[in-house]
Design a binder for this molecule. Structure first.
Ligand code: SAH
Length: 255
């Protein structure tokens, strides 16, 4: 199991972004993992009722792809992650600093899904304005943002975080309960979770992943006080040596 401290010591945000967040890999093959997840997020953030004032992104890592459709439905975003260098990398993009990762191809892809590829610059600006804070969190703590207490949000989003952050199913279930306290009653939880994956790798480093089946995730979400409203599994068919991921679950639940 990869402890949070190992993320802090050795997770390299630049290498992670290069490996998983370009639309084509070094051999020119399309990144179907990314485009499938962008489509799932677009679909989920088009659902009726999935809008409001505030959204909290838990385990944001150095990425913004998960916020591109979300930022059309919520006014203010707070991003949380354990790892200092990941929050710093995200802030680089938010502040438009030199050397920040180039998300433009991904932003264009999402704009195309949403019907207007030409709106990419507007969307980037919108997202940069809406992210108000980037804070440290630990999903294994009862209050993940301790010592800061955040007011509960209309929506909590979490992509590809809990399965890496939790060493067993009991920890996963309790992390979901911790996160549920960040959601207002009546608010939503949106998750993108890999299924039947035990590891992912990049830059010659291997990170562990909690093996999950769809039913285990749905049960844990319900056990944390949510009703599942949408749940869709996309098989991940590509033979990929970087991970043994078999599918991705997109899920929306209401507290
Ligand atoms: N959401 C991003 C990043 C996923 S990588 C994406 O979709 O690509 C997994 C992230 O979980 C890393 O950024 C890591 O710092 C974070 N993480 C690991 N353990 C954590 C913990 N205990 N609490 C909060 N975040 C954690």
């Amino acid at each position: 199991f990869t402890e949070a401290e190992v993320y802090q010591q050795s997770f390299d945000p630049r290498e992670y972004l290069k490996e998983y967040y370009t639309l084509t890999d070094s051999q020119g093959r399309p990144n179907t993992f990314l485009t499938q997840n962008l489509r799932t997020l677009f679909k989920m953030f088009s659902l009726d009722g999935l809008s409001g004032d505030t959204l909290i992104d838990v385990g944001c890592g150095p990425t913004i792809y998960q916020l591109l459709s979300a930022c059309e439905r919520f006014e203010e975003i707070i991003a949380l992650d354990y790892t200092d260098q990941n929050r710093r990398e995200l802030e680089k993009w938010l502040k438009n600093e030199a050397g920040a990762f180039d998300w433009m191809p991904v932003v264009k892809y999402v704009c195309e899904l949403e019907g207007d590829r030409e709106k990419w610059a507007e969307k980037e600006e919108k997202l940069r304005k809406k992210v108000k804070e980037v804070l440290k969190c630990d999903v294994t703590k009862a209050n993940p943002t301790d010592p800061v207490s955040l007011p509960p949000a209309d929506c909590v989003l979490s992509t590809l975080c809990l399965e890496g952050a939790c060493k067993d199913l009991a920890t996963f279930r309790s992390a979901l309960r911790n996160i549920s306290a960040l959601v207002k009653p009546g608010g939503h939880l949106v998750m993108v979770t890999v299924l039947r994956e035990t590891y992912y790798a990049f830059n010659k480093q291997v990170f562990s992943c909690l093996y999950l089946e769809r039913s285990m995730v749905e049960d844990a979400v319900e056990g944390a006080g949510f009703d599942v409203k949408f749940s869709e599994v996309q098989p991940y068919l590509s033979s990929d040596i970087r991970t043994d991921c078999e599918a991705v679950l997109g899920l929306v639940a209401r507290r």
